[in-house]
Design a protein around this ligand. Structure first.
Ligand code: FO1
Length: 321
């Protein structure tokens, strides 16, 4: 199985999937266009969301980072900065890294400074958390989402997401570096050889699109269309978390399961929608996408596992829990 993944929604889905299949047969191709440099450290929020959630060490209330986290290092850093009236240009003032989370970013950054690629370090970390699956950054090249606002600003992704709390009107989005990026080792093979390719219930605009923007990835997924199934991140016309609904509307799309069906129609033959949206089944199918209905709200690992088993069996016709 291969899952195209962004942050929290994908992370929960992957944790459920790892309960119903052997993780050795699981690859996740993960967005890295949210990555940022903070205090000189390489932070990969989506890779870390997937890794921490699959290892069951994530903070599910906060929605990012580690459970039981402390913030002593941040307090220190902010003391130095404020005493010297330093305005950080690199998100340090408003982007928090927990003490334990810092270990992840220190390890990643120091190993990359020693010459390892992001995918090589990610494999080392995945091994350390004993996940048993492959977490593959979509590319080892730098990808950076840039958000253009209707009031003429251009924001880095974390400025948009954390500093502005995604409360801005967006006119366009680009993924810097995508045109010259190459897929990381194993990414295309994972898409080509999977029995099922799942597009996780992640933000289609800022999580999945940057994955597809790496040359060769969208084409590889489209070639597998009959085996590709997307799980809608929109339920009842709203995103369960984050700005997917607002972004879809800002960019001229419908923020509904029908809009999601239209968005993914060239890539996915099937869409999983929530029971709340059952009434839209016909409209989804009018977009040339088969529609299957289940509970998609992942309140617990058990619900995630049921959703994952349902999603696989919708393509393979069997294999439920
Ligand atoms: N989100 C916040 O709202 N505030 C933060 O200070 C913050 C820090 C942070 C540090 C490491 C990390 O892996 C994620 C972090 N996030 C934070 C979440 C992150 O902005 C989002 O999860 C994603 O980029 C959106 O998918």
């Amino acid at each position: 199985m291969t899952v195209l993944a962004g942050g929290v929604g994908a992370a929960k889905f992957l944790a459920g999937l790892a309960e119903v299949i052997d993780p050795a047969g699981l690859s996740a191709v993960v967005n890295v266009a949210d990555d940022t440099l903070v205090h000189g450290l390489h932070v990969s929020p989506d890779l870390d969301s997937c890794m921490y959630t699959m290892a069951a060490v994530n903070d599910s209330d906060r929605g990012w980072g580690l459970r039981g986290e402390t913030w002593h290092a941040m307090d220190h850093l902010r003391r130095y900065a404020s005493a010297n009236e330093i305005q950080h240009g690199d998100a340090a003032g408003w982007f928090s890294l927990g003490d334990r989370d810092l270990g992840t970013h220190l390890y990643r950054s120091s190993r990359m400074a020693e010459g390892l690629t992001l995918s090589e370090v990610t494999a080392e970390m995945t091994r350390a958390w004993e996940l048993g699956c492959d977490l593959l950054p979509v590319s080892d090249d730098d990808l950076r989402t840039r958000i253009h606002t209707t009031d003429g600003r251009e924001l880095a992704f974390q400025e948009y997401f954390v500093r502005e709390r995604h409360d801005v009107d967006v006119s366009a989005i680009e993924v810097l570096g995508a045109d010259v990026a190459t897929p990381a080792p194993g990414v295309i093979a994972a898409i080509e050889t999977a029995d099922v390719v799942v597009v996780a219930p992640s933000n289609p605009v800022v999580s999945i699109d940057p994955v597809l923007a790496v040359p060769g990835v969208r084409e590889a997924v489209a070639r597998r269309r009959d085996s590709v199934i997307a799980v809608s991140p929109i339920v009842g016309g709203a995103a369960l978390k984050g700005p997917a609904d607002r972004l879809l509307r800002d960019l001229g799309h419908e923020a509904s399961v029908v809009g999601i069906a239209q968005w993914y129609a060239p890539l996915a033959a099937t869409l999983v929608i929530d029971v709340e949206d059952e009434g839209h089944r016909g409209a989804v199918e009018s977009k040339n996408v088969s529609c299957v209905v289940t509970d998609t709200i992942m309140r617990s690992v058990d619900v995630s596992a049921d959703l994952a088993a349902f999603t696989i069996s919708a393509v393979l016709g069997s294999g439920g829990r």
